[in-house]
Design a protein around this ligand. Structure first.
Ligand code: PLP
Length: 356
């Protein structure tokens, strides 16, 4: 028996989503201690979680299976957003909900306005949905006409991101209305909405084909805990609840997420610091003369690197312990994305940028 003959053959080119490496692995590769690294490559919250969130995680009932109905968490999220618990589904990060939605629809194709988050293409391919990349316009706004054509060509899901990763711009409301009028499921990924841009959660009441995704990974500093949620029409939510893995949200994630919501008012101060730091970083980098920031509503900034190659800039920064994101995609070869950190992280970044 040949193992290969038992396996799918359509996944051989699946290296699309390149996840970031663990910090200790990176530190060993670069030859610096972990404490010397400035991690500005994955849009994480470098302040980390609120102390009460850590306390809640520590006291989670680890010996008991989690609630498959996610009742307490869905109610807490519903109160936070002023919707009903039946509109909400929680997942092992927003990524889990993306996968649940794809498996619920099993579309022939999925429309992905590019450049954007690489996970959409990766998950589409795993579920044998054809990713239809729909290039954004030169200013990175959506191309609504081209999206309409993608839906006519069989895209049963359109993934929109607001603000978009890595370009930082939000989806405009009129364009979203036009896309929701099409015969397709429209997913608006609001992974960065707590940092800026206007949420479209209120539109779910009047748009049964609209799903909004959120995550605790970015604003709450819980990327490693893996917890996110969707908000949608209750009928769609109930189908998602039936299809998800029963225990997808573990007890630590459940407790941590609820504590983060309970302490939102205080965490908001950290969010405000990150937003202020984003703007300071963009201004200081622009003053260097060769980095051009795009306006961003998220916790990162995309910079055009001018005459230099982004991969070289990223490598030079990395050799000094500063990690930023660069891309292989042709439409992003001249850009680097830098996450907003604490003031000391920006200071280190600028010191290294002045050296290279
Ligand atoms: C980071 C990110 C996510 C990931 O969310 P998780 O909750 O960590 O799975 C989803 N969407 C976008 C656009 C992101 O940048």
């Amino acid at each position: 028996m040949k193992l290969r003959e038992l396996l799918r053959t359509d996944l051989e080119d699946l290296e699309d989503y390149v996840p970031v490496k663990p910090l200790d692995v990176l530190a060993a590769e670069i030859g610096l201690p972990v404490e010397r690294l400035v991690k500005l490559d994955a849009n994480e919250n470098l302040y980390g979680p609120h102390p009460e969130v850590l306390e809640a995680i520590r006291s989670a009932p680890f010996h008991i299976y989690p609630d498959p109905g996610q009742q307490a968490l869905r109610e807490a999220i519903a109160r936070f957003l002023d919707v009903e618990a039946e509109n909400v589904v929680a997942g092992t990060g927003a990524d889990d909900l993306l996968d649940i939605l794809i498996r619920l629809v099993m579309p022939k194709a999925i429309a992905i306005p590019t450049p954007t988050f690489g996970m959409y293409r990766f998950l589409a391919k795993i579920s044998r949905a054809k990713p239809i990349e729909v290039p954004r316009r030169p200013n990175f706004d959506l191309d609504v006409v081209a999206l309409k054509h993608a839906v006519q060509a069989g895209a049963g899901i359109v993934f929109l991101t607001s603000p978009n990763n890595p370009t930082g711009n939000p989806v405009n409301r009129a364009e979203l209305e036009a896309i929701c009028a099409l015969d397709t499921l429209v997913v608006v990924d609001e992974a960065y909405i707590e940092f800026g841009g206007e949420s479209v959660v209120s539109m779910i009441a009047s748009h049964p084909n609209l799903v909004v995704l959120r995550t605790f990974s970015k604003w709450a500093g819980l990327a490693g805990l893996r917890v996110g949620y969707s908000v949608s029409d209750p009928e769609l939510a109930s189908h998602m609840m039936s299809l998800k893995q029963p225990y997808n949200v573990n007890v630590a994630a459940d407790a941590g997420a609820r504590a983060a919501l309970a302490h939102f008012a205080e965490i908001k101060e950290t969010i405000a610091s990150i937003v202020a730091e984003r703007d300071r970083m963009a201004r200081l980098c622009a003053e260097l003369g060769w980095l051009t920031p795009l306006p961003s509503q998220a916790n990162f900034v995309l910079f055009a690197v001018g005459e230099r190659r982004a991969v070289d800039v990223a490598a030079a920064l990395r050799s000094k312990g500063v990690l930023v994101r660069y891309y292989e995609r042709p439409d992003l070869v001249n850009y680097i994305r830098i996450s907003a950190g604490r003031p000391e992280d920006t200071d280190r970044l600028l010191a290294v940028l002045r050296e290279i």
